[in-house]
Ligand binder design. Structure first.
Ligand SMILES: NC(=O)c1ccc[n+]([C@@H]2O[C@H](COP(=O)([O-])OP(=O)(O)OC[C@H]3O[C@@H](n4cnc5c(N)ncnc54)[C@H](OP(=O)(O)O)[C@@H]3O)[C@@H](O)[C@H]2O)c1
Length: 329
């Protein structure tokens, strides 16, 4: 029989609600506690979703001796503080993307996790999805030959609110860390770390970045282009152009996934996947599998990938002139 784990949630916003729906699919995940800055909000989230306890501060949750795993879904600018607080209290941590604001913060979190030998993982959705696994399988099989170019994009138009984390620089705003991170994950997963990066961005009324385009250059003249924006409505997708054909990956806002394999001279083949709970439960399952095996790091989302990811995001930001207050610390 599998060991049960007591889960806690820090920052019960929109993403925490989706993640909780995933947790509920897992028999060995106990919905234990929720913490909000506001006790009433925590109490309501806990009551609506069946958590046993609620707290009006994140610190109280982190210090609860019964709690085993914390899922952090605060704005990116607070991830560093919340991860450190939980690790210092001996809790295993699954923290939302972007893992933190910059490489310095991410390295700090990772070094504490390694020093204390406590589990830490960035909550990255793609590596667990059938869409990604299928794409890796097809590309590894060699059917399509070498990847020559990848183009990936993610844009939608959220309502403008200067206080919202998507527009408030103090909270790590902008399209890049929120949604542009997915095209960057595509490039890193399928092509690796780029040799060089060129990028430009445009900025909105709060001086927050609202659109980014980047060209990533690899050896042998191979390239990737990525685009993210809060000003257009492209949806989410990735085209991988190879020597013998193309692979097109896309997903809806409901996280349903589609892959089209187009081999030269053949009819395109379409595959569709619709995971339960938008596929978020697999990240939680991986945390518990790792803890069962006494591991402090996932092989599916290794901490080295999180370093490559934040490093590439930092390189794009440096090129495009996207600066956060935390960069000046
Ligand atoms: N993996 C994915 O597919 C996915 C999708 C969406 C978002 N995310 C990530 O999840 C995180 C949260 O995103 P979200 O869309 O859930 O955001 P959200 O709805 O704005 O929720 C964030 C929560 O953080 C808490 N918070 C603490 N300090 C805050 C502050 N100074 N200002 C605003 N909120 C503060 C608030 O809860 P209390 O005040 O109640 O404590 C708030 O409800 C982000 O890092 C985002 O990138 C991931």
């Amino acid at each position: 029989m599998k060991k049960n784990y007591r889960w806690g949630i820090i920052a019960p916003g929109k993403m925490a609600a989706k993640f909780t729906a995933g947790l509920k699919l897992l028999e060995n995940a106990e919905l234990y506690a929720v913490a909000s800055r506001d006790a009433g909000r925590a109490e309501k989230f806990a009551a609506d979703r069946g958590f046993s306890k609620s707290y009006g501060s994140y610190r109280e949750l982190a210090e609860d001796p019964e709690l085993e795993i914390v899922y952090i879904a605060s704005p990116h600018s607070l991830h560093h503080e919340h991860v450190i607080q939980c690790l210092n209290n001996g809790k295993a941590v699954l923290c939302e993307k972007a893992f933190a604001i910059n490489r310095r913060e991410v390295e700090d979190m990772i070094s504490l996790s390694r020093r204390k030998k406590i589990f830490l993982m960035e909550a990255l959705w793609p590596p667990f999805q059938p869409l990604y696994k299928k794409a890796v399988e097809i590309l590894d099989s060699g059917t399509l030959g070498k990847i020559l170019h990848l183009h990936a994009w993610f844009s939608f138009i959220p309502p403008f609110d200067p206080l919202d984390r998507k527009f408030n620089i103090g909270l790590g705003s902008g399209s890049l860390l929120d949604i542009g991170i997915y095209p960057v994950i595509d490039a890193l997963t399928f092509m690796g770390v780029p040799e060089s990066v060129k990028a430009c961005a445009s900025f909105g009324p709060t001086e927050s970045e609202e659109s980014v385009s980047a060209i990533l250059r690899y050896g042998d003249g191979r390239t990737a282009t990525i685009y993210s924006s809060f000003k257009t409505n492209s949806g989410i997708g990735c085209e991988i152009l190879c020597e013998k054909g193309n692979l097109t990956l896309s997903r809806g806002r409901d996280m349903n996934q589609r892959i089209i394999l187009s081999l030269a001279g053949k009819e395109p083949e379409t595959m569709v996947f619709s995971p339960a709970a938008m596929g978020y439960h697999w990240e939680a399952e991986e945390v518990m599998n790792c803890l069962d095996e006494g591991r402090t790091e996932s092989n599916i989302v290794p901490l080295s990938f999180s370093i490559d990811l934040i490093d590439t995001l930092d390189r794009i930001r440096a090129e495009a002139g996207i600066v956060f207050p935390q960069d000046r610390l």
